[in-house]
Design a protein around this ligand. Structure first.
Ligand SMILES: NC(=O)C1=CN([C@@H]2O[C@H](COP(=O)(O)OP(=O)(O)OC[C@H]3O[C@@H](n4cnc5c(N)ncnc54)[C@H](O)[C@@H]3O)[C@@H](O)[C@H]2O)C=CC1
Ligand SMILES: N=C(N)NCCCC(=O)O
Ligand code: NA
Length: 505
């Protein structure tokens, strides 16, 4: 077990230093695995948003952008790498904080911190490469004009994130925005903000220029909403629920502000009858029980070929029984608590509604007997599901898998696409051609073949339909924060000659 934790008491991180929230309010930090209040975080309000946005704007414009927004990419890369190094140094205490705040298994938090470091390093490389991509010429069918393109940072970015991967989701937005030369105001989820506040401490340690990154914690309506509607925020990037995504888009629309939205999902995993059952079962388990299913891309709808359905479900239950559910700090834990009491109640309601609508709870569905406190829910597998049921249609964001059988490939595709969401989709089969057909047929931004959930910093991430739009990660993630400037030069000695020249007299 890890050493007894101390939760740092932080203020808002604004303009390169700590600043008490204007109204002096704080919010409790609850460890969802114990239900204990373990600390508190500052609660920013519109007054603080004002100050943070001003700091970001000042940092963007300061000295004509010489120190940040127009500085060579190497300058920004140096800071991104310095932050990566500090996070690496503090990896175990950050992972511990992440687990205490969110209830996710310590092994997962550890892996998340590795992903955070990799993301800072990756966008450091892209910041450097960006300089080489400037002034790329446009080929034109005439001689008297020359055109090229500049890629410029969009300005001040407002970054609003969810609680499921607290520091990682922030990093997916912080790193490309800073790499592009933007300055930013980050508003993490009030349900898990500790590690994001530590990022503020790290920015101080590495001497990031004041105001380049500002971190304000607080409630959505009080801190997130004024950020998304602020006239001096030039772009909003959001990860969270579809409902909040709509609000953010509405607010941003008033200022014609670009947004990128990573919203919910109800992703399918299709398993054919030609597979190695245990291998496929493990991916199915990983796809929905990782982070207790609180993953936007969780493959929460399992589609099984009828020929293997029975055998597959038997093994699925056997594997599910074997998942270690415990205090997330315990070694080998594979299922921790969910994030909060609210989420716990919501998930239980989904399960009871499924039951009352006539579905069968094949496995799980309740609090694990051996855990008396904490917001724990057993891995839950639901069968006898019809496509009109809530459990088929709505995102649970919990360790709850629903299962349907199919007979033909086209039926599988139809079921897979029977959703308003379009984030992920997965297919497991040994027939590569079939996998490719399915890949093309799925209406989603991500397709996994013979696996579920691997997340690579180099590859684009994002969805279609009500899962949002815009892509994070990879080069696409950087484009979110760049604006394209067309530069066109007239380079002829001749008079343009459209108007009749007046007489020289
Ligand atoms: N797809 C995903 O990645 C996620 C989906 N969800 C889903 O959303 C449900 C609700 O979870 P919440 O934590 O309430 O998610 P949420 O979408 O309300 O919160 C995400 C972020 O948005 C902020 N926010 C809330 N209202 C806002 C507003 N009006 N303007 C600007 N920012 C605002 C929050 O403070 C937080 O930082 C979950 O049960 C789950 O189903 C939640 C988190 C992530
Ligand atoms: N790091 C992993 N495995 N997944 C990231 C999921 C991002 C999301 O839920 O929005
Ligand atoms: Na928490």
């Amino acid at each position: 077990m890890a050493a007894p934790p101390t939760i740092p008491r932080r203020s808002l991180f604004i303009g390169g230093g700590w600043r008490e929230p204007s109204l002096g309010r704080r919010l409790p930090v609850v460890n969802p695995a114990t239900e204990a209040t373990i600390g508190d975080i500052p609660a920013a309000t519109a007054e603080d948003v004002e100050i943070a946005v001003a700091a970001a704007r000042d940092a963007f414009l300061r000295d004509g952008g010489r120190h940040w927004s127009r500085a060579p990419g190497t300058v920004r890369a140096k800071f991104l790498r310095a932050i990566a190094a500090k996070i690496k140094e503090r990896k175990s205490d950050l992972a511990l904080l992440e687990t205490l705040d969110s209830g996710k298994p310590l092994d997962e938090s550890d892996a998340d911190m590795d992903d955070v470091v990799a993301c800072f390093e990756y966008y450091a490389d892209l910041a450097e490469a960006l300089d080489g991509k400037q002034r790329s010429p446009i080929s034109l069918p005439m001689e008297n004009f020359k055109s090229y393109v500049l890629k410029e940072p969009i300005g001040v970015a407002g970054l609003i994130t969810a609680w499921n991967y607290p520091l990682l989701m922030a990093t997916w937005k912080v790193t490309p925005s800073l790499a592009a030369g933007c300055t930013a105001v980050l508003k993490p989820s009030e349900l898990a903000s500790l590690t994001c506040l530590e990022l503020g401490a790290i920015c101080i340690e590495v001497g990031l220029p004041p105001g380049v990154l500002n971190i304000i914690t607080g409630l959505g309506p009080e801190a997130g909403a004024p950020l998304s509607s602020h006239p001096h925020v030039d772009k909003v990037a959001f990860t969270g629920s579809t409902e909040t995504g709509k609000r953010i888009m509405t607010a941003a629309a008033q200022m014609v502000k670009p947004v990128s939205l990573e919203l919910g999902g109800k992703s399918p995993l299709i398993v054919f009858d030609d597979v190695d059952i245990d291998k496929a079962v493990e991916w199915a388990i990983f796809g929905i029980f990782l982070n207790a299913g609180q993953v936007c891309s969780a493959t929460s709808r399992l589609l099984l070929h009828e020929k293997i359905a029975k055998q597959f479900l038997d093994r699925l239950v056997a594997w599910a029984k074997n998942i270690k559910i415990s205090d997330p700090l315990e070694k080998g834990c594979r299922l921790g608590s969910v994030i909060s009491e609210g989420q716990y109640e919501k998930i239980k309601k989904f399960i009871s509604t499924a039951r009352s609508e006539g579905a069968t709870i094949l496995y799980g569905g309740a609090r694990p007997q051996h855990l008396r406190r904490g917001f724990f829910i057993e891995p839950t597998i639901i069968t006898d599901v019809s496509t009109s049921m809530q459990i088929w249609r709505e995102e649970v964001f919990g360790p709850v898998l629903c299962v349907k059988e199919f007979r033909t490939e086209s039926e599988a595709v139809e079921l897979a696409n029977d959703t308003h969401y379009g984030l992920g989709g997965a297919v497991i089969s040994n027939d590569q051609e079939r996998c490719e057909r399915i890949t093309k047929a799925l209406h989603s931004g991500i397709v996994w073949i013979n696996c579920s959930q691997p997340t690579l910093v180099q590859a684009p991430w994002g969805g279609n339909k009500r899962s949002g739009f815009g892509r994070e990660l990879g080069e696409w993630g950087l484009e979110n924060y760049l604006t394209v400037k067309q530069v066109t030069k007239y380079c002829s000695d001749e008079q343009w000659g459209w108007y009749q020249p007046p007489s020289k007299l």
